[in-house]
Design a binder for this molecule. Structure first.
Ligand code: ADP
Ligand code: MG
Ligand code: MG
Length: 490
């Protein structure tokens, strides 16, 4: 390594030159499909999303995508503190109720969540131990003036944090791809570090929680969607949990509708399924209005929240998960209320993009809204939704801002639009030829916080990269916008 060079000696210039030769692309595509099927890097098809008998290769990048090591490390280093922050604000009922008091005037879904939070506040926590399984998402912003890279948080996911199984497989696949391209092991170990294991982390968190419940017959309930393309990603977590020691017949998968039918809350506030106590409720659903078809699903959720089962997430954490909370956290002094160490608080704050409330109809708010309408490429309008597909960009943002009544605006926030670093990569989708595109990537870092208020055990482990064409606004893999990827760290 030359002095002043990158610490690991990996350069952007060492990245494979694209376009690759046609023959090589054909070989890599063949291998990628085989590797995907041999290793469970697959998804159900959109058409047949209630069964796994026909699965397809996950949407995936053929090569890893360049991502600055320094920015990557910053995201990893701040993760424990972010998990701690969310763990703590989840317990602050008054803060969360205040944050959302105007949101719930026009947003029935958030109101549903807040109503349950109020019921829990009234009755008190039957279970003080909580578990946050988190993935914090970022983009690498390139400052147009200084050309410096900087880390910008897009959002934090505290419910149904997914894609971990695909992420770790993408790392292993891309390491193999690089070996095929002639890179030696030492180089690969630095550029594509092997140690990417979000599933081990998530399963460990669930296992810790199950053990702490201290009832070897107790059940882990996985709350699932009615239809689900991403079944295999979820099953990798469960299979790992079985390996750790939760008996196979004590992991139960139910939709919220089924939960209404089969769960009871005993007078001691035990959550019961078929005579067994439920130790853990692991939500891989329940984050959007589409999961609550009627009052029955809300009733099921309330039963769970009033019970002594350990929820991941519990209702406090889900209310803390909103874009609204994210925006309020960016206001002066709010992070600092929960994270006492000023350096730690500053390290979180350093990742924040511009976030603005558009509640109320005072002159300052009207000016903010007008500013976004005049500069559509600089802002994103976000409702309180999860799972991709809910945001407004560009022209549609302008239209939406123009039709929203002032009282309806409270259910949205404005966020500075990040224009991330651009790279080139081949994106591969099942039944299609790979396409070489100018792309942008989003990095997710996994971690957990487990324990009671003020005393969480924190751990960071594993990452996800998702990459999409630079002209695509939305981001999710499940919604068809992005592909699974892994970072080439330079
Ligand atoms: P969700 O909870 O639905 O995933 P996100 O806030 O992650 O909501 O937004 C969805 C996608 O929209 C992201 O994956 C990202 O691609 C894009 N996006 C969100 N916020 C911004 C932003 N500030 N700048 C640029 N793109 C953004
Ligand atoms: Mg989200
Ligand atoms: Mg997201």
């Amino acid at each position: 390594m030359t002095s002043g060079g990158p610490p690991e000696g990996i350069l952007l210039a060492d990245y494979p030159k694209v376009p690759l030769a046609e023959e090589l692309i054909t070989k890599l595509v063949e291998d990628t499909h085989d590797y995907a099927h041999a290793n469970g890097l697959v998804m159900r098809t959109r058409e047949a999303n209630t069964s796994s008998d026909v699965c397809q290769t996950c949407p995936i990048a053929l090569l890893p995508s360049p991502f600055p090591r320094k920015i990557f490390q910053q995201a990893v280093q701040v993760q424990d503190i972010i998990a701690q922050l969310y763990h703590e604000i989840a317990y602050d009922y008054d803060f969360l109720l205040k944050c959302h008091e105007n949101v719930i005037q026009t947003d029935p879904f958030t109101k549903g969540l807040v109503d349950i939070l109020k019921a829990v506040k009234e009755q008190g926590l039957a279970q003080e131990t909580t578990l946050a399984i988190q993935r914090s998402d970022y983009m690498c912003h390139k400052d147009p003036f200084t050309n410096e890279y900087c880390l910008r948080q897009i959002e934090v996911n505290n419910i149904a944090s997914s894609m971990g199984a695909h992420a770790e497989r993408a790392t292993r696949l891309h390491r193999r791809t690089f070996a095929q391209l002639g890179y030696d092991k030492e180089f690969i170990d630095k550029a594509l570090p092997e140690d990417n294991q979000p599933i081990a982390l998530i399963a460990e968190a669930l296992f810790l929680a199950w053990k702490s419940f201290d009832n070897k017959n107790a059940v882990v309930l996985v709350v699932i969607e009615d239809e689900n393309m991403n079944q295999i990603d979820q099953r990798h977590v469960e299979f790992k949990l079985e390996e750790l020691g939760v008996p196979v017949d004590q992991i139960v998968r139910k939709t919220l509708t089924q939960c209404y039918e089969c769960l009871t809350l005993s007078p001691e506030r035990h959550l019961l399924y078929s005579g067994s106590r439920i130790a853990i409720v692991y939500f891989r659903s329940g984050y959007g209005p589409q999961h609550y078809h009627s009052d029955r699903e809300w009733e099921a959720r309330k039963r769970m929240e009033l019970s002594d089962a350990i929820k991941t997430p519990w209702i406090g954490l889900q209310v803390a998960n909103t874009k609204k909370t994210q925006q309020v956290l960016a206001e002066d002094g709010v992070v600092e209320r929960y994270i006492g160490d000023p350096r730690q608080a500053a390290s979180i704050r350093a990742t924040f993009a511009g976030l603005w409330s558009i509640e109320g109809n005072d002159p300052l708010t009207r000016k903010m809204v007008q500013g976004a309408i005049s500069h559509p490429s600089q802002f994103v309008l976000k409702p309180q939704l999860e799972g991709g597909g809910g945001n407004f960009y560009s022209e549609s943002m302008v239209n939406k801002l123009q039709i929203l009544k002032p009282e309806e605006r409270a259910a949205f926030i404005l966020m500075e639009r990040i224009h991330p670093m651009r790279i080139e990569n081949y994106l591969l989708r099942a039944n299609q030829e790979p396409v070489l595109l100018k792309c942008v990537s989003e990095l997710g870092i996994y971690g957990y916080a487990f324990g009671k208020r003020g005393e969480a055990l924190l751990k960071t482990g594993g990452h996800l990269l998702r990459t999409k064409g630079e002209t695509v606004d939305e981001g999710g893999v499940a919604v068809g916008a992005a592909v699974i990827d892994s970072p080439y760290l330079f």
